[in-house]
Write a protein that binds this ligand. Structure first.
Ligand SMILES: C[S@@+](CC[C@H](N)C(=O)[O-])C[C@H]1O[C@@H](n2cnc3c(N)ncnc32)[C@H](O)[C@@H]1O
Length: 286
């Protein structure tokens, strides 16, 4: 069986995103799928205004749970990556096949990441992807796995399985006509899409406590509060929000239904409910 088959066989969590994302939400796929079905949105659109690795979006699209997905990220590098994947997946696949997995290539890609023009999607998008797959924890401003001297236990190629990554590109390319990629502020995307009744918005903004070191764009309290105003204003539309479970979230979304959960839930291990999900009033929660 090829890799896309293997990815899809795992009905509970299809792994399709080519990006590694700290705190990625691919594991929310079963929950979001249930919500899509309960709200009769299988012919509709699913929108991630803070997409990052877009793991849940791609899972829902490729398994036919929704008709269209919108992937938005304000970070120009993440946007360039998605734009390149959707517009020119074969060029990305070709680069994945041929790129050297060495520290000197890593330095070149780092340079491209820092200096490629925003509109050169292929160069900037591939550099972003390369660093995401070869850096420690996928963090774009970290160093390479194994260190610059490559003396660590794992080496720079530890997370770069060419075949698997090319398969993921191919799988996405089969569905690319149904993917819209945007580079706007998340709130403008929420305002634009929340008016539609066949659309589910899933917002996963930078968190209160974990975000700073992980993402280029972290939020301050004013931004968290404006996002809350924006979402609370459209509580009659269909949206889900996730955050780290801090008291401020309960304050900002006091009037909304909320549920704490753990991303690392395991049947054999008691884990702390360290995340929180907030629901719009009109949503049927499943
Ligand atoms: C918590 S991550 C999302 C993780 C994602 N759900 C996943 O599964 O991979 C937040 C993302 O929001 C993006 N971001 C930060 N500020 C933004 C803004 N104002 N508008 C849109 N995206 C933003 C960051 O670049 C980052 O990729």
């Amino acid at each position: 069986m090829n890799n896309s088959g293997a990815a899809l066989r795992h009905h509970k969590k299809p792994i399709i995103s080519p990006l590694r994302y700290p705190g990625g939400k691919a594991s929310l796929y079963p929950r979001l799928r249930a919500i899509v079905r309960a709200n009769n949105l299988t012919s509709g659109t699913y929108v991630e205004p803070y997409a990052g690795g877009a793991g849940a979006a791609l899972g829902l699209l490729v398994t036919g749970q929704v008709r269209r997905v919108v992937i938005n990220d304000l970070d120009p590098a993440i946007y360039a990556f998605w734009k390149a994947v959707v517009d020119d997946p074969m060029a990305m696949a070709d680069r994945i096949k041929k790129v050297n997995l060495t520290v000197s290539e890593w330095s070149k890609q780092k340079e491209a990441y820092l200096s490629a023009p925003r509109e050169d999607y292929l160069t900037l998008g591939f550099a972003t992807f390369f660093l995401n797959r070869t850096n420690r924890s996928g963090v774009l401003n970290a160093g390479p796995i194994g260190g610059v001297d490559q003396t660590g236990k794992y080496k720079i190629d530890a997370r770069f399985n060419r075949e698997t990554l090319i398969e993921r590109m191919r799988l996405i390319s089969l569905h690319s006509k149904r993917i819209t990629v945007l580079n706007s502020d998340g709130m403008s995307v929420i305002k634009r899409y929340s008016k539609r009744d066949d659309t589910l918005v899933y917002a996963d903004p930078p968190y209160f406590e974990k975000a700073g070191s992980l993402y280029l764009n972290s939020f301050d309290d004013t931004r968290h509060a404006s996002l809350a105003r924006c979402l609370n204003e459209v509580s009659d539309s269909l949206w889900v929000l996730t955050y780290d479970n801090v008291p401020r979230v309960t304050e900002l979304y006091e009037a909304r239904r909320r549920e704490v959960f753990s991303l690392n839930y395991s049947a054999h291990r008691v884990t702390k409910a360290d995340e929180i999900m907030v629901f719009s009033d009109s949503l049927t929660v499943a």
